[in-house]
Structures are given as C-alpha cells and as structure tokens.
Design a binder for this molecule. Sequence first.
Ligand SMILES: [Zn+2]
Ligand SMILES: [Zn+2]
Length: 307
Amino acid sequence: MFNEISAGVVRVPVVFVNAYLVDVTPGAPDDGWVLVDTGLPGLGSFEIGRVAASRYGPNSRPRAIVLTHGHFDHAGSAGALAARWNAPVYVHRLELPYVTGRSDYPPQDPTVGGALAMMSRAFPHGSLDLGDRVHALPDDGTVPFLTGWQAIHTPGHTAGQVSLWRPADAVLLAGDALATMNQESWTTTVTMPRELRWPPAPMTTDWAAARDSVRALARLRPHIMAAGHGLPMSGPHLADALNSFADTFHRPAHGRYVDRAARADERGVIEAPPPAPDPVGVALRTVAGAVAVGAVMLAMTRTRHRA
Ligand SMILES: [Zn+2]
Ligand SMILES: [Zn+2]
C-alpha cells in the first residue's frame, strides 16, 4: 500500500521529486513520524498530506520536518505544511540563509548541458522565508525525534545539503547529494531507469565538494539508498556500484561552476563566478523578443482597424 523502502521509511513521489515519511519507531506508526523534504509548492502539500493521513491517521501531524536542503522542489511546501501542522523545520546551519530570506542561492547554470539544465531556465533560485519555525540541526549529527538516524553534511549541490543515514539497516536518504536517475536526458527524465548520477547539475555550485560528498556516502556502504530524484536502489551490488561511481566521479565538461565554485558561509552566498557564455539563452531571448514585438504590432494593427 505504501512505497515503504525499508521499515518505517515511506517514499512519497511528487511529480519529479521525492519526500519521505519516517516513523519515529520503525514499523510503529502510532509512535509518531518525521517528514523529510516537502516536494513542490502546492502539489507536495497535497500529496504528502494525503499519504500521511492514510498512514498515520487524518489528524496526525509530524514531530518535525527535516529538509535536506532548501531548493524549491524540496522545500516548496515546507511553509504550508509547517503552518498546517505547527511543526518545527530543521536544516543544516549553512542552509539557514536560504530558508530565512537572508540570501538567494547562486543562480542556476543553464549552460551545464542536458534536459534539466534547459528546464532550469524556468526554476526559481530565490530564498524562502520560513520565519522562526526553522532551526539548525544539532551540530553533533543527531536528528531531532529520530533516534538511530544521523544527519551527514554532504555539501556541493548546496552549501548545507544533508543526507540522512540509519546504520541499523544501512538506509541512506541522500537528498540531492546524488541522483538515482539521469536527469540530463529528456527520455530518462520520463522513464526514470535506476542509475547513479551526479547531483542535479544546473543547481550544483561546488563540484569538488559534491565529489567529496559522494565519496563520503560511498564509504557508508548503504544497503538501500533513496535520493531526491529517481527510484530507490538496493541489493547486494549497491555498495560496490556506489564505490565505483564515487571513484570515477567526474565533473561536467563545462559550466559556470565547473572550474570555480560559488562561495558561501552562514550568511549565505559570498561570491559566485560570472555566468558562462549562453548562446541558447541569447537565442531564446531573441525569439521571445521577436514574438513580443510581433504581438505588440499585431495589437496596434487591430486597434487601428477598429479606430
Ligand atoms: Zn536541489
Ligand atoms: Zn532536487
């Protein structure tokens, strides 16, 4: 009935991104639960609410919401759900500026190549403001209300991205530290075959840190791994596959952040490298400009005809 990837960990797909419901006591839903990520604005709130009501009861609310990071596809429904459930929200302290209205993310890089990069032209990169509901995760790596889980800082995709790890059954929720699908291809973006891939490339602003984070996750040797994008992966070969992916991890061939990372600290973005040349963007703007001019001229002609 539920997409349960391991005891008490339920995947909730929201169009192209995943949220997770995590039992405080695995397999005992009555003991309470924590929400990990919240999906897109609106749709995430609806779908997570529906699945949570069915698993935990219509009046149930989570003890807390943990965000792997603050991008719109993971934190988009955080404000609405936190308000509806009066729940605290936790992020890594380096992610706080982007969910408290203090800093925008570095702009996404549409020049890095592939389907997602093309689509990212329409993505927002502004910060959210979740107000005083949001708190920093504890520095010791514990996760509030989730005994048995660890929050592991896995920067690179964003400065404060975390992955959640439960050693008892070697379950890893990787957020966007990596993906289990290829988002660079238009076909696999729809068909979603399982494949170990980069973190979502156009929003990844420090590729050396991203590689180190993947290597740190590989050292955990997970038995089950579920990311923000793609279907969960498991089985006897997962740990070795993740290790060879980490060993051969290479950054994209080109892109704004490939040779120089954006720099950020607890106040937010300090410096971002200049945009890379973007002939596609120029062409799109030219076409959009021509369409706009044409529409204005057409409207003027019709107005003149009526006068
Ligand atoms: Zn992301
Ligand atoms: Zn994402």
